[in-house]
Structure formats: C-alpha cells, structure tokens
Design a protein around this ligand. Structure first.
Ligand code: PXG
Length: 302
C-alpha cells in the first residue's frame, strides 16, 4: 500500500512526494528534523518534539512557515490518513529550494514534510541480552561549531561514528566530546548506573537533548533513585554496574560490553528493567490521541 505523505500543504501518495534537486536540505544538509513515535493511538511527547524542532530551526535562523499548533495537526492527520496507531514519524523542515550557492537568502520557501511509517525495532532479545558497543575516534561536534543540540539534517558527524562502529563489528558507537568525556551514541543518549546512582552527561556535553533521556530522568526520580547529570569518562563507563542507551527508536536498550570490557555482571539487571517497564507504561497514557474514541484505525502495525 502506498504511504500518504504530507508535503508543503498537501497529502500526496509517496510517488508524488518529490522535492527539487535544488533543495538546500539535500545540497547542504540545511534543515532540521524530528523522529517521533506513536504508541497505542497516542503520539508520545509530541509537544516536546515540536518544541525541539522549533528551537533547532530558530538556532539556524530557519523560520518554519506554520505555527506549532498547525504542525501538531499535520502530524496527527498524516497518521490518520495512513491509518496508523503505532508508528515512527519523521518530520522534516528544510531551507527549501535555492540556487547552487550556500546563501539561505536565496531560498524563499522552506520545504516541510511528514512521513509516517511502521517502525523498525531492535530485536526484542537485545533488550534481554544487551548490546556490544565501541568508543570511536571521531568526536561529537563542537558546541561552538554545529551545536549537537540542533537536530539538523547534517548527520555526517554521527554517520562517521556509525561507520567506525560497523568496521569494529558492533551495532553502535559511543562518541566522546572534544574534551574526551563521554557524550552519546550516534542516535541515542547514554546512561550509566554506579553505586545505585543514575548518571548521564549534562546537556552542555555536546549531546542532543533527548526526549527519551528527559523521560528516563523523570521516571528515575519518581522511583526515588539518585540522579546526576555530570561528565564522566570511558574509565567510568567500563566500571559501571549498568549502561544503557535511550532514544525514540530504541526506547531503553542495555549495553553489556564496551571496547571489549564486560559491564557489571554482563547482563542487564533489575534497575534497568524497572525503568524500561515504567517507560513502556508511560507510552500508553501520554500525548495527543490520533483517532478519537470509536474511530480507531483498522490496521495496527505492531
Ligand atoms: N542523540 C542523537 C544524536 C540522536 O539523533 C537521540 C540522541 C535520542 O533523542 P530522542 O529525543 O529520540 O530520545 C537521537 C535521536 C536512528 C535515528 O535511526 C535516531 C535519531 C535520529 C535519526 C535516526 O536511530 N535521533
């Protein structure tokens, strides 16, 4: 079945959802995006994702041509037109069509599109067994260059790290910041537990301010765990009791080996599973409803 895509004010079949080769999103990675998830007929933390989208756009002086309320409506309507209640949502705003030079002033109208599709998940057994990862040579971008807080279309920094992980034969890379402190994975934030305390790098540590990260911090505090946002090194990671990654696609996924060092007992433990369970419960009750009662979509994807 053809997907229905929102593109610049219209809902069109995938084949008609085409953009110019002069679009600066394509020519220069000049644009911003969000990866969002719908669970059980609700869009999880949509408000936070949209806030981050508009803040990323503001930072690169890209004026999104519609108010945030309208953008929220577009996300919900794209899901409805695709009859999706569980989905991955990709919302993208580019600088739009320009000429072959860099100058964004030559791009009069941003391009806006929204794709909704079924989600590709990590295999469930990885949530039981955990991932093996490596730290990689490519550091996360300087905050002063392209701030990683901006969720921009230019992901080459992370893609280089992903290539390094692939070469090492692992599924994910842990990136350090330019000072050598642990920053994040290529598309996920990182947490560790040491002496029962939950630690994650602070927002200034060259990371994306992850929606899942912030949710996990809230859930851990609610459980009465001590939580700290502070810098730590690879040495700290190697000697942690538990390490896990967080992101919209992965949710919470355990890490059991880093650079050949086994983490803790080598298996995810109770504290991790409790947080994962809390997170999955929250996804049932949070966010705007897609199909109002009685009009539920016919095709559940999961
Ligand atoms: N850090 C980076 C660099 C990210 O791209 C996260 C952390 C987690 O943020 P959220 O808000 O999702 O908890 C992301 C997430 C992928 C993929 O294929 C992931 C992201 C974007 C594009 C693709 O895993 N972003």
């Amino acid at each position: 079945m053809d997907l229905i895509i929102y593109l610049n004010g219209r809902f069109v079949p995938e084949k008609e959802a085409v953009i110019s080769v002069f679009d600066h999103g394509l020519l220069y990675g000049d644009g911003v995006f969000e990866g969002i998830r719908a669970y059980h007929n609700r869009v999880f933390r949509l408000e936070q994702h949209l806030e981050r989208l508009y803040e990323s756009a503001k930072s690169i002086m890209l004026e999104i041509p519609l108010p945030v309320e309208e953008m929220q409506g577009i996300v919900l309507e794209t899901l409805r037109r695709n009859r999706l209640r569980d989905a991955y949502i990709r919302l993208v705003v580019t600088r739009g069509r320009g000429d072959l030079g860099l100058d964004p002033r030559k791009c009069p109208a941003p391009t806006v599109f929204c794709i909704t599709s079924s989600i590709q998940l990590y295999p469930e057994e990885l949530y039981e067994k955990g991932l093996e990862v490596v730290t990689v040579p490519t550091p996360r971008n300087y905050n002063e260059a392209v701030n990683p807080r901006i969720k921009s279309l230019n992901y080459l920094n992370n893609i280089l790290a992903k290539i390094e992980a692939n070469l090492a034969g692992t599924m994910e890379a842990i990136m350090l910041n330019p000072q050598g402190y642990v920053a994040e994975a290529t598309g996920d934030n990182i947490f560790m537990i040491k002496s029962g305390v939950l630690l994650t790098p602070p927002r200034y540590a060259n990371i994306l301010d992850g929606v899942t990260r912030n949710t996990v911090l809230e859930l851990a505090r609610k459980r009465g765990m001590e939580v700290r946002e502070e810098l730590f090194t690879r040495h700290d990671l190697y000697n942690a009791e538990q390490v896990f990654l967080t992101g919209t696609a992965a949710e919470l996924i355990p890490v059991i080996k880093i650079d050949g060092r086994i983490i803790g007992s080598g298996r995810p433990e109770r504290a991790f599973f409790e947080l994962l369970q809390d997170f999955r419960e929250l996804t049932r009750t949070e966010g705007p409803v897609i199909f109002p009662e009685g009009k539920a979509g016919e095709t559940d994807v999961q």
